[in-house]
Write a protein that binds this ligand. Sequence first.
Ligand code: NDP
Length: 479
Amino acid sequence: MTDVWEYAPAPESRDVVDLRSEYGLFIDGEFVEPAAGGAFKTVNPATEEVLAAVAQADATDVDRAVTAARRAQTEVWGPMPGAQRAKYLYRLARVLQERARELAVLETLDNGKPIKESRDVDVPMAAAHFFSHAGWADKLDHAGYGLDPRPLGVAGQIIPWNFPLLMAAWKLAPALATGNTTVLKPAETTPLTALLLGEILQQIDLPPGVVNIVTGAGETGRALVEHPGVDKIAFTGSTSVGKQIQRALAGRPTRLTLELGGKAANIIFDDAALDQAVEGIVNGIFFNQGHVCCAGSRLLVQESVLEPVLDKLKRRLGTLRVGDPLDKNTDLGAINSSEQLARITELVDSGVEQGADRWQPDCALPDRGYWFAPTVFTGVSQSHRIAREEIFGPVLSVLTFRTPDEAVTKANNTPYGLSAGVWTEKGSRILWMAQHLRAGVVWANTFNRFDPTSPFGGYKESGFGREGGRHGLAHYLAV
Ligand code: NDP
């Protein structure tokens, strides 16, 4: 007899999702065929099953979408009183809650993330963003933006594949609350929840053209950036594409906010509650398979506690369940695409070649789909690629430090500056560290906590501008 209890399978049913074989573009309140008729396939990364064919928007379609957004902005949404706009946003938030299970299952199918994350984080947070911003829509005149803050006009919004619905909410909620209309470009590998959002916008009777959704690859995003009728571009994604966009907009009056990559330090001092810290380390880098721009991918441990931290961490990683994302017990789901798996594999191989020690727990990976076992590198030096480059996967690089000064120097030794974590019992040290860390968000004794009222954004190559709260609204207003 064994004293280990195995988990029984606990799959969430996918019957709640009404998957269509083909999806059109959402322009001017309707689902329409793309002008050139092209389409691409979106797959379930956990099984490689083709889920649907999705319309490929080109420059003509982007132009239609921008034209619809302009008309809706000048004729309907811009002149509408804030209290009225708020009603639509509240209604949207409530329908997201009502259809939460459907959205969560669809997100997990298209993205590969565990259902417990799409169910407990992505969808409720998306609803929370609309609720929170709905509350601002009628208070903008009294929110410190001057006497008569005006919307910018039409926003082009380009989002990545790691939190498809949540990133759509981060972009749409402040734009709509402030009276702007938008053209949203979801990522090529994860368009489905954005398209379901389009159906929900029809359900709530949002006026046509206020939100338009153009699916496609990078070229579609480029067409949106280059369209002269767009007043603002909001982009979340890689630093290299962010730089291309900044170059494309140079010399134009188009406003720009960029939320780009990161290589966050998660810093453990010797007085920290170590069991709690280990949970924070796991959440910091293995949440969402490490596909998180603010992931705690560099662990900085005070030398005197390195051994107990690594022991506890490895024991904990041995309990992580990797596999079917629709199973409610799964902790780590699939890697979003074969391209991303190749990128992670290449960087991990470079870590081994450059002399770091790789460790992975025993875990059986499914035969089909894109998978990567949780990985910890020790013996990492600051010059290794795995300590400098964003891996965007379930891979942790462990470094050590002796003094708070050394921790700050190492943490800031990166081209990025999105987030950081500090684990210590000393409040004064938390404040000192927060002052010295060059990161947009500093978490203390926690990690990867988000709130719609709290501004999020980076320094240096992590981009500029903030999303969330009052700070985020300001980027959609002419003040
Ligand atoms: P990208 O930056 O290429 O994708 C982000 C979004 O931009 C997608 O919608 C993409 O479309 C679109 N896009 C791509 N090229 C252009 C362009 N020239 N002009 C306008 N829009 C464009 O990220 P990838 O998906 O290629 O991921 C690559 C790496 O980027 C990852 O390994 C990770 O390190 C990092 N990354 C960081 C993110 C973050 O939040 N910090 C998020 C995603 C990735 P399409 O999907 O069709 O390519």
